[in-house]
Write a protein that binds this ligand. Structure first.
Ligand code: ADP
Ligand code: MG
Length: 399
């Protein structure tokens, strides 16, 4: 059984040189600099960011690069290697809610949200799979944001990065019109090599945690199912409405406020509400998931990475049965990876498609990937794509 090919991240120097070359082809001069920002994968803590919860993402080695030079006027000119023939040029004055349309919103929305008056010329080259739940959108925004911050002499310490993440969220929510929380941008800007971040979505505070996968002889296998998340928009809104209604019924600001020790009592209080059976399951997911993130953080602090596998398994079951946001392809990855010896596996991201992750013995990575590939082939599903997630550095300058 030969292992499938992995989608590898290119070496930093080569990727930076390639995007600088593309800039020279586009604009006939050398760019002022090259910056990049990573995609991310969430280890645990799903669908709890809109109820005051915790999540635990890490930056992928896969990054989006941008070669950029500032301009003296308010014009933005940008092209992307991933959007051939869809170059965009416009003035910052025309950027706002829903404008521009298409991919350029993720670029032009950033100086708009940062309140910048001057434009720039830029070429983008991304190595994060687009639309796979690995946050190519945040990687793009954050690469532009770190470039603009660097050129403007803005602080790029953790507090400065938290500010930039807020601007990128604004760009995504308002200009691109995508309803997302702040995990992706926080991960892309604030992660550090060799670690994950514990993000508290109540106040956006971040705690850096060690995640030495290689030292533990482990690997984090990412499987991009390439299944479109067709129902994700409406279902996302419906889940949000469920947890907000449950919190109101329980008289708490958010479900983070429910102590896991008091869960049974809280669930009993939901009896008699319209749709109590569904609400009960939604609340059980949120409260137990937030608790699992806290327990994962404790394990990482103690260097007990292997034991995270069981919490990943429990997270997936909760998302599958109680929160009902999984998909056939995600369940197939999880079930197959576990049967092939993974220490734990779960869907990651919003669900209904996108990606799943498996914690595996490093030497067994190829074997687990092959088992997943074969299971997809047997079920006549589109071939998935495999990536290895070693915790990588956040956004920064490359050249
Ligand atoms: P995800 O963030 O999970 O990859 P999204 O739907 O949030 O999926 O974002 C994907 C969109 O972001 C793409 O459809 C495109 O508009 C934009 N995008 C991301 N990376 C690039 C890139 N390298 N070049 C151009 N557009 C990009
Ligand atoms: Mg996205």
């Amino acid at each position: 059984m030969s292992a499938p090919a992995f989608f590898e991240a290119p070496a930093r120097a080569e990727a930076a040189e390639a995007v600088a070359d593309a800039y020279r082809d586009a604009f006939g001069e050398t760019p002022e600099g090259v910056w990049s920002a990573p995609g991310r994968v969430n280890l645990i803590g799903e669908h709890v960011d809109y109820t005051g919860g915790l999540c635990l993402p890490l930056a992928l080695p896969h990054r989006t690069f941008v070669a950029l030079s500032p301009r003296h006027d308010d014009v933005v000119r940008v092209r992307s290697a991933q959007e051939a023939g869809a170059d965009w040029e416009g003035s910052l004055a025309e950027v706002g809610a829903g404008s521009p349309e298409g991919w350029a919103a993720y670029v032009a929305g950033v100086p708009w949200a940062m309140g910048h008056e001057h434009g720039f010329d830029a070429v983008v080259d991304g190595h994060v799979p687009l639309g796979s739940g690995l946050s190519s959108s945040a990687a793009l925004e954050c690469a532009v944001a770190i470039a603009l911050a660097d050129l403007a002499g803005l602080p790029t310490d953790d507090a400065g990065r938290a500010e930039l993440a807020g601007a990128c969220v604004q760009a995504e929510n308002v200009v691109a019109g995508a309803n997302t929380g702040g995990m992706d941008q926080a991960a892309s800007l604030r992660c550090r090599e060799g670690g994950a971040i514990l993000l508290d979505t109540r106040d956006d505070s971040v705690t850096h945690l060690p995640l030495d996968l290689a030292g533990a002889g482990l690997a984090l296998l990412v499987v991009d199912t390439r299944a479109a998340h067709s129902h994700s928009g409406g279902e996302y809104g419906a889940r949000r409405a469920d947890v907000e209604r449950a919190a109101r019924a329980l008289g708490v600001p958010d479900l983070r406020a429910v102590d896991p020790a008091d869960l049974d009592e809280a669930l009993a209080r939901l009896a008699g509400q319209p749709g109590a059976e569904v609400l009960t399951r939604r609340v059980r997911h949120a409260v137990t998931e937030i608790d699992r993130v806290a327990r994962t953080a404790q394990l990482l602090r103690a260097g007990r990475v292997r034991e995270v596998g069981a919490l990943m398994d429990a997270s997936h079951e909760s998302l599958r049965h109680d929160y009902e946001v999984s998909a056939r392809e995600l369940d197939l990855v999880v079930d197959t990876a576990r049967a092939a010896g993974a220490l734990g596996a779960r869907m990651t991201g919003g669900g209904f498609g996108g990606s799943a992750i498996a914690l595996v013995e490093r030497d067994a990575t190829g074997e687990v990937a092959a088992a997943v590939r074969d299971a997809f082939a047997r079920e006549r599903l589109r071939a998935p794509q495999f990536l290895a997630a070693l915790p990588s550095r956040g956004a920064g300058r490359d050249a």
